[in-house]
Design a protein around this ligand. Structure first.
Ligand SMILES: [Cu+2]
Length: 471
């Protein structure tokens, strides 16, 4: 196996040609009329300034796509203009959205054909860090570069000197320096840990320089846009405080020595105080594997340091008040048994009531099951009365971790491996380790048809997807 990112003789940083993260490209989508967002084939300098640009699919020709930014409670108006050779859609990940705008092809809308358009118009009710990506053949479309940030500003944003996105992706690059297309749909990847990449980018660049100034306080918004890789970051000698998870505020906590683990689709907001002298460089490390990869580096300008913050001067985000606490009394209990995959021993599975043998399932590339059902069924997993608390008990009987994502709601973990968990953070995507049991709870207060699936996109495509109805 080729080592991550180092598959060519040297990374761009080693050659002294690191690219600097450009100023963010913001689409102020709250304005009338609709802002057009156009996914299309293009190229991007993923692998470094000294390598040929890589053919990708990208929103507006940018990887990541333009950052969509609105105020809390504002309406987002975006017209998707599909210039891809495939049908697509846009899902607004983590937004407690109007169901018709959730962008799930085949469930909340038809996929938008090549050359077609679709108007998305919705209120962003919660402040925080969100993102957007296709929800049609997403295992291919996201791997080709289709994703962008959706940032909803607080009524009173916290006092920081800089607010930066940190969009981490891993790409599977072939020997010829282009995206390895032959691996799309590879059953080995689909039945194991998903399609893992060998090249790490941050904001679409290899080991980019992030220009900062000594003494600055930075709000860094990290998102893992990889198809399947769980990532982890640390900030070398810099202290960092986690202030939000999946867009929702948490009580500030310092980063431990293992760094920050981020499953696919999860977001983490951190406060980083740039401590150093003008001219210093400080790496950001990716530490999820035995390799310690430099993901990016802060480059301190020659400007004199800003006055340092006092240790007691901690950023505390205000909670999004609209989230309702789950009420366990009278809750609806839903079981979710996760089975299948390599070494999973799945012998058969159902598709809309019809039982198929594992051989028949493999022929359809369907190798994972929820409660014995393989892939999205005609019938939902459960129908929940609006306003009622739902509790889902996830039991992972597979040999792999899964990043479970619930659409349209945020939930709390209330139990892990039989032990009660108190005051867990709100999340929209939760990692369930192999052989782990996790119980989550949420108030089903958003009517509609909501997908519930593994965000390891190959697992989703190969069966790990179901849906809920809130009446
Ligand atoms: Cu999975």
């Amino acid at each position: 196996m080729i080592s991550r990112r180092k598959f060519l003789s040297a990374g761009a940083g080693a050659l002294g040609t690191a690219l600097v993260i450009p100023p963010r490209r913001i689409l102020a989508a709250g304005d009338k009329p609709f802002q057009i967002i156009e996914p299309k084939p293009t190229t991007a300098p993923l692998t470094g300034a000294d390598k040929p640009p890589v053919p990708v699919w990208a929103y507006h020709g940018l990887v990541p796509g333009p950052e969509i930014r609105v105020r809390r409670g504002e309406r987002v108006r975006v017209r998707l203009k599909n210039s891809l050779p495939q049908a697509t859609s846009i899902h607004w990940h983590g937004i407690r959205i109007d169901n018709a705008m959730d962008g799930v092809s085949g469930l909340t809308q038809d996929a938008v054909p090549s050359g077609g358009t679709f108007d998305y118009s919705f209120i962003a009710p919660d402040a925080g860090t969100y993102w957007y990506h296709p929800h049609n053949k997403s295992w291919e479309q996201m791997a080709r570069g289709l994703y962008g940030m959706l940032i909803v500003d607080e009524d009173t944003p916290p006092d920081v000197d800089r607010d930066l996105a940190f969009v981490a992706d891993d790409w599977l690059i072939g020997k010829d320096g282009t995206i390895d297309e032959k691996s799309f749909g590879n059953l080995g990847a689909w039945s194991h840990g998903g399609r893992l990449g060998n090249w790490l980018t941050v904001n679409g660049l290899t080991e980019p320089d992030i220009p900062v100034r000594a003494g600055e306080r930075i709000r860094l918004r990290l998102v893992n846009t990889a198809n399947a890789r769980i990532m982890a970051f640390n900030f070398d000698r810099l202290g960092a405080q986690v202030i939000a998870l999946d867009g929702q505020a948490v009580a500030p906590s310092s980063l431990g020595p293992d760094g920050l683990t981020i499953a696919p689709a999860q977001r983490v907001d951190v406060i980083v105080d740039i401590d150093g002298n003008p001219g210093d460089t400080i790496p950001v490390w990716e530490v999820s594997t035995r390799q310690r990869l430099q993901a990016a580096r802060f480059v301190l300008s020659k400007a004199p340091p800003l006055k340092k913050r006092q240790p007691e001067d901690v950023v505390v985000l205000a909670a999004n008040k609209l989230l309702r606490a789950p009420e366990p009394n009278g809750a609806q209990h839903i079981e979710l048994l996760m089975e299948g995959g390599a070494m999973g021993g799945l012998r058969e599975g159902r598709i809309d009531g019809r039982v198929l043998s594992i051989e028949e399932l493999i022929a359809k590339k369907l190798v994972w099951a929820f409660n014995g059902d393989v892939g999205r069924q005609i019938k939902p997993l459960a129908t929940i009365e609006r306003g009622r608390t739902a509790i889902i008990n996830m039991v992972n009987k597979t040999a792999f971790p899964h990043a479970m994502h619930l659409h349209g709601h945020h939930f709390r973990v209330i139990e892990r491996n039989g032990k009660a968990v108190w005051r867990a953070p709100w999340r929209d995507t939760e990692l369930v380790a192999r052989n782990e049991q996790v119980r989550i709870a949420f108030v089903a207060d958003n009517p509609g048809k909501w997908l519930f699936h593994c965000h390891m996109l190959e697992h989703q495509a190969a069966g790990m997807v179901t849906w809920l109805v809130v009446t």
